[in-house]
Design a protein. Structure first.
Length: 194
């Protein structure tokens, strides 16, 4: 896939960008970049599919609530890793979260943030990226978590429900790299996560 348009849009918004041909290439790249430091993970099927927890744990201190760590420890790590629910080819990164730890980790508190994005998360425009986050990624995540929300039961779209089990509780859009932040988007030419 030609990532040139989205790469240029992200760079114009202050993000560093690395494009990888495969998840193996992305995992190798991140393993080479992140060494001898503390690493926090936001919940991410993309990161799980890359096998990054095990490989980075071999030479870093890694915190992941999916692997028995505390969200609070991930919040104070030097490096933070997560994915996004959608990326507009115009450069906007869209994330929806239930507990808030994942989206908060992309905003502040880390020396470096890596956002790993598979090609399936690309959308042509901001509006289409927002639609994808709400109507594709969120229902799949709700179903994976086994919650009883309309989107999980029907698996087709967001119903903007009032369920106490709702996992869509916060929406963050990164329009630009945060002031004083160091964030890099790692684009992967494979389908990863939801």
């Amino acid at each position: 896939m030609d990532f040139s348009r989205v790469k240029a849009a992200l760079e114009a918004r202050g993000f560093a960008v690395t494009a990888c041909a495969s998840k193996a290439d992305a995992a190798a790249y991140l393993n080479g970049q992140i060494d001898g430091t503390s690493v926090g993970f936001g919940g991410s099927m993309t990161l799980a599919e890359l096998g990054l927890y095990d490989s980075l744990s071999a030479h870093n201190t890694v915190y992941s609530h999916w692997n028995g760590g505390a969200r609070e420890a991930a919040a104070t790590a030097d490096v933070y890793l997560c994915s996004v629910n959608a990326l507009a080819e115009t450069g906007e990164l869209v994330n929806i979260d239930g507990a808030g730890n994942r989206v908060a980790g992309t905003l502040n508190g880390h020396r470096k943030v890596y956002l790993v994005v598979g090609r399936n998360k690309l959308a042509p425009t901001y509006d289409e990226a927002l639609w994808r986050a709400r109507n594709v990624a969120a229902p799949k995540n709700a179903r994976r978590l086994g919650v009883r929300t309309p989107c999980a039961v029907r698996g087709d779209r967001c119903y903007d429900c009032k369920s106490p089990e709702r996992i869509c509780r916060a929406l963050v859009v990164l329009w630009r790299c945060m002031m004083g932040g160091d964030a890099e988007v790692v684009l992967v030419d494979e389908e990863l996560g939801y």
